[in-house]
Write a protein that binds this ligand. Sequence first.
Ligand SMILES: C[S@@+](CC[C@H](N)C(=O)[O-])C[C@H]1O[C@@H](n2cnc3c(N)ncnc32)[C@H](O)[C@@H]1O
Length: 259
Amino acid sequence: MAKILIRKGKKEFIKELNKEVLVVKPRTYYIKDIENDYHTTDGVISKKDLKKKDGSVIKTNQDKEFTIFTSSFLDDFRKISRSAQIIPLKDIGLIIAETGINKDSNVVDAGAGSGALACFLAHICKEVTTYEIRDDFLKIVNENKKFLNLKNLKVKKQDIYKGIDEKDVDLITLDLPSPWNAIKPAEKALKIGGYLVSYSPTVPQVIDFVTVISNNDNFLYIKTSELIKRNWDVEGRKVRPKSEGIGHSGFLTFCRKIR
Ligand SMILES: C[S@@+](CC[C@H](N)C(=O)[O-])C[C@H]1O[C@@H](n2cnc3c(N)ncnc32)[C@H](O)[C@@H]1O
C-alpha cells in the first residue's frame, strides 16, 4: 500500500514587490515503502508518521507540514514502468466513454507493450486478456500487473494476427504496427454489438485499417477521432491557455461488429 504526501503551495503578498509571491511550493511525494523513514528535499518523515491514518497532518524533521493519505489506483497507475510508448489517459478515457465498457465487460487488448491500456481497462472491467509477442514487454506488463494487484488481467505470449482464443468479447483494443491484420481474428472473437477500437499514431495506419474494415460486411466503421487536450492557467483573473505545445498522441478508430 503506497502513501501520498501532499501540500498545497502558499502565496503571500510582498509589499516591497507589490505582488503575490509563492512562499511555499506545492509538493507531492509518492511513497512505496512505508516500513522505513522517507527522505525528501523537505526533510525526513518518520516511518511512524507514514502509518498514520488518511488525512493526518504530519511534519518532517525540518518542520514542513504535509497531509498523508493512501494512494488511489490512478496514483499507482502513474508510477507503472513504461518502455514502449503508452497510450495517454485522455485517449483511454475516450475508449471507455465511446464503448461504455464496465464491470461486466470482457476485453481483449494487443499489443500489451507496457500494459498501460490493459491495466487501466482491467481496473474497470470484468476480465482483460492482453496479447504480446516480445519477452521484454511481457516482463514489464507482468510487473505492472503485480504492482497494481490486478487479478483479472491475463497476459498471453501470442501473436494476435494469428488468432484470438477468447469468444463473446465486448471490446477489442489494438495498439499495433499493422492493426488491419487483427481484423479477421477480432471478427471471430467479438460478440455481435461488440466494439473494435484501433489506436494508431500515423495516418497511413488509419487509411489501411479503415480500408480493410470498410470492406468487411460484418463490421460497421463508426469514426476516427483525435482528442486534443489543452490545459489552462487559472490565476486570479489571469486565465488563459498554457503556453505549452499541444502534442499528437494517436488516432482512435471505432468500429462495431454488426453480424
Ligand atoms: C505501442 S506498444 C502498445 C502499448 C500499450 N497499448 C500501452 O498502453 O502500454 C505495441 C506493442 O505491440 C506489440 N506487438 C506487435 N505486434 C504484435 C502482435 N502481432 N501480437 C501481439 N503483440 C504485438 C509490440 O511488441 C509492442 O509491445
